[in-house]
Design a binder for this molecule. Structure first.
Ligand code: SF4
Length: 335
């Protein structure tokens, strides 16, 4: 049977989890993440009307339009997604909340809001589609840009980046993970785990911007100005800036060359890696980064949902269980 016709326990196909046609640049890493999100919800048998998708401003923040057209949604002001999600999650604890943001949206203007959502352990999946640039406004450096990255005009970034993973660990996040947009084998299960986590789940996803990322001063970028204009998910992922196709088992390092000639070394956490020690996770990240590697996988998990302070704000519902629509909106007949 064709994969697109396969149904989940709700009788839905993967196509039922799609949204609008993508208008991002052809090859943008974000579209691959969208495809993984679609796959994760499909495999979790999530009723689309039990999901609320939220975003701020940026190329990444257009993403929620491209999945789950049957879900609730709110596209907020720049950097305010976390604040809107906090309010929504407090008002309706039955929905599953997924926020999609970018490094520009989350690590500069939205840094305060994201920090307090972590501190409050808001029950949501918070995805940062991380490429180091403000793609929507033509490629200015964001707060996660690597030192030495070149802008379109050729100047190199001199400022040290903010690492959202280290930041989240320092703020007490109870679920911290990192992945790569071209690694669907890793990304889909991590997204599913984040959706099921009983607290704030941060997933930092390295997602190349094929139009403005130019670490090597290459002229290969800047050519992708046409739009995708394809359904975001057929049965597989859309063409990528870089994709991991070879076998990439746990504990190994994948050498990935992206569209601009940059080679990155992604270290997938070993099967026996214990993610329950926050201090050890931070030490491991520093050591691996000093060795020129980017650790990926589930980096930290507090399966108890966090400290007592965090538990105070934690919800207790099971959001991925179907609830009749009337129960979602009590009193709606009076409106
Ligand atoms: Fe993606 Fe960059 Fe194009 Fe934005 S500008 S859609 S981040 S490739």
């Amino acid at each position: 049977r064709h994969p697109s016709l396969r149904t989940n326990q709700l009788g839905l196909t993967v196509r039922d989890y799609e949204g609008a046609m993508s208008t991002l640049c052809a090859g943008c890493g974000h579209d691959s993440i969208t495809a993984a999100i679609v796959r994760a919800f499909f495999e979790l048998d999530t009723p689309p009307h039990m999901v609320a998708k939220l975003s701020g401003i940026g190329c990444s923040s257009k993403t929620p339009a491209y999945f789950l057209s049957g879900a609730h949604g709110f596209n907020s002001a720049h950097g305010r997604m976390a604040a809107i999600a906090t309010g929504a999650a407090a008002a309706n604890r039955k929905l599953a909340y997924i926020g999609v943001s970018g490094d520009g949206d989350s690590l500069s203007i939205g840094l305060g809001h994201m920090s307090h959502a972590i501190r409050r352990n808001v029950k949501m999946l918070y995805i940062i589609e991380n490429n180091g640039v403000y793609g929507l406004t033509k490629g200015q450096f964001s707060a996660s840009a690597d030192v030495g990255s070149k802008s379109k005009r050729g100047e190199a970034n001199a400022q040290a980046p903010i690492d959202p993973v280290m930041l989240a660990l320092g703020l007490g996040a109870t679920f911290v993970a990192r992945s790569f947009s071209g690694d669907k084998a890793q990304l889909v299960p991590i997204l599913k785990a984040g959706l099921l986590h009983d607290g704030f789940a941060l997933i930092d996803v390295i997602s190349p911007c094929v139009t403005f990322n130019d670490h090597e001063g290459s002229t290969k970028s800047y050519v992708h100005t046409r739009k995708n204009q394809v359904p975001i998910v057929q049965t597989d992922f859309v063409p990528l800036a870089a994709e991991i196709t070879a076998e990439y088992p746990e504990g190994s390092v994948a050498k990935v060359t992206t569209h601009d000639g940059t080679t990155i070394h992604l270290r997938k956490m070993a099967a026996d890696y214990d993610p329950t020690d926050r201090t050890r996770a931070m030490t491991m990240l520093r050591e691996r980064q000093a060795a020129g590697e980017i650790p990926t996988g589930l980096l930290f998990l507090d399966s108890t949902g966090g400290t007592e302070m965090h538990r105070g704000a934690k919800t207790v519902s099971t959001p991925l269980v179907d609830v009749p629509f009337d129960e979602l909106c009590p009193g709606r007949d009076a409106l």
